[in-house]
Design a protein around this ligand. Structure first.
Ligand code: BG6
Length: 455
């Protein structure tokens, strides 16, 4: 169906880094109707040609501009002025696309007002299932602000028109977590405290804040990454099997388990990389966290006593996101193999940049000796697709177009995540200034040695 996709925040970092490449790939794969448009809304007074020129210089990955450009139209407006919305409504009316998608890649404090204007100008008609609005994270800055935003959204739209984006849910390996758990008897049977020693959810980045200082300094690692991506991963790992695999069945279980998460106040470290305060658009006295390490447990029968470590940060030694499940030693392992250096089973879900799974098991060394050695069995997931598995944002956009809300967060998921984060905020310290990942490792291991196994 002919569709107008309207992106607010078209000259922002997310548009250049993720959304335009995702649109380009969707166009190439034929997922966008040829008569659809991508209306790029920004405040700067630019023509479409000028915008495309700017975008070409800002987008750093390979994009087929010849294919993408005909879909793009730039529209300049001030989000604080009603007139802009009226002009936009006129513009969309002329195009006569029945389906309208709005994607708000703007600061969350603007969500409520923009929602009001979209409604007032009939750009989005409450209850019209062909009109949908996507909200980029973070959804608020704490529980109170998130509640206020959500109340506004419910005033102007119906829940089925609201899509709260968490792009990690669009990643292949995150969608794979449930398959790993529930389509493999081996894991399904051993997915509990009797078999699992600890779980580590880690998202390391080597880059700093780059040109996102203005946004990042008001947020920090805890709110930027843990509140959304890390908690979503933890929920999928820890939730009980859903009674059905429909959207609400899965979300119900995720919410239930997030409510049971308790952080351990004795193992919390906030860090800030050395040099952060000198970055562009950062307060020279900033105490924003660019790193955080937390230990938590789920207060459920399944997870009694199993530590879950949450670690994320910028300017670390590498860029990698992984979920690591360390299993306990076998009951008879030490007695039967007293002199062998056996390791326990370990499952690693490689989320990014490589996608795949690794499983460590002990096997006999080949040959005449009876020695045993641990081996890691690797499954490179994106090798099947020639190293070209779809970007998370492609999936997010397609689901938004189709109105499939499985990979978007429901309000109560966001609400329970903010409750937890507000709780952790009570233990916020002045961040520890780190110069290297190794330095962080030794600092954290003084609190808890197990926390740093994968840092
Ligand atoms: C975003 C955060 O949501 O996720 C960024 O705002 C972070 O700070 C990014 O860099 C990481 O995403 P990915 O897909 O590159 O792991």
């Amino acid at each position: 169906m002919k569709t107008d996709i309207v992106v607010f925040g078209a000259t922002g970092n997310l548009m250049y880094k993720k959304l335009l490449p995702a649109f380009a790939s969707l166009v190439k794969k034929g997922h966008l109707n040829t008569d659809s448009r991508i209306v790029c809304v920004g405040r700067r007074p630019l023509s479409t040609e000028q915008y495309l020129e700017l975008a070409r210089s800002e987008v750093k990955v390979n994009v087929d501009w010849r294919l993408l450009s005909p879909f793009i139209q730039y529209f300049s407006m001030d989000l604080n002025q009603r007139k802009g919305y009226e002009m936009l409504a006129k513009n969309l009316k002329q195009n006569r696309a029945k389906k309208r998608i709005f994607y708000l890649a703007i600061a969350p404090e603007l969500f409520g007002d923009v929602a009001q204007e979209l409604n007032a100008s009939n750009l989005v008609v409450k209850g019209n299932s062909l009109h949908k609005v996507g909200f980029e994270k973070p959804f608020g800055e704490d529980l109170a602000s998130a509640k206020a935003i959500n109340a506004m959204l419910w005033q102007y739209f119906e829940e089925k028109q609201i899509f709260r984006v968490d792009h990690y849910l669009g990643k292949e390996m995150i969608q794979n977590i449930m398959v790993m758990r529930f389509a493999n008897r081996l894991f399904e049977q051993g997915w509990h405290h009797q078999a699992i020693e600890k779980v580590t959810i880690i998202a390391k980045e080597s880059e700093g804040v780059m040109n996102r200082g203005g946004y990042y300094d008001s947020v920090g690692a805890l709110k930027d990454m843990v509140q959304s991506h890390l908690l979503q991963m933890a929920a999928l790992i820890a939730m009980e099997p859903p009674t059905s695999f429909d959207v609400e069945g899965i979300r119900d279980q995720k919410v239930e388990v997030i409510k049971k998460l308790r952080f351990d106040e004795k193992v919390i470290l906030f860090g800030q990389y050395d040099g952060y305060k000198k970055e562009k658009n950062i307060d020279p006295k900033s105490i924003t966290d660019t790193f955080v390490c937390l230990k938590a447990t789920f207060d459920t029968t399944r997870w009694t006593g199993v530590p879950f470590y949450f670690i994320t940060g910028k300017k670390l030694n590498t860029k990698v996101t992984e979920i690591i499940i360390d299993f306990k030693k076998g009951h008879h392992q030490d007695a039967l193999y007293p002199d062998q250096a056996l390791l326990s089973n370990r499952l690693i879900i490689n989320v990014t940049p490589d996608e795949g799974v690794e499983f460590r098991m002990n096997i006999k060394r080949p040959g005449l000796s009876n020695k045993i050695r641990p081996v890691d069995m690797n499954r490179c997931y994106d090798c099947d697709l020639g190293g070209n598995s779809p970007e998370a944002y492609e999936r997010i956009i397609v689901d938004l177009l189709e109105g499939n809300s499985t990979l978007f967060a429901r309000w109560d998921e966001i609400e329970s995540a903010w409750k937890l984060i507000d709780d952790v905020q009570k233990y916020r310290q002045i961040p520890y200034i780190y110069h290297s990942t190794d330095e962080l490792k030794s600092t954290i291991s003084l609190m808890d040695k197990e926390a740093v196994s994968y840092l």
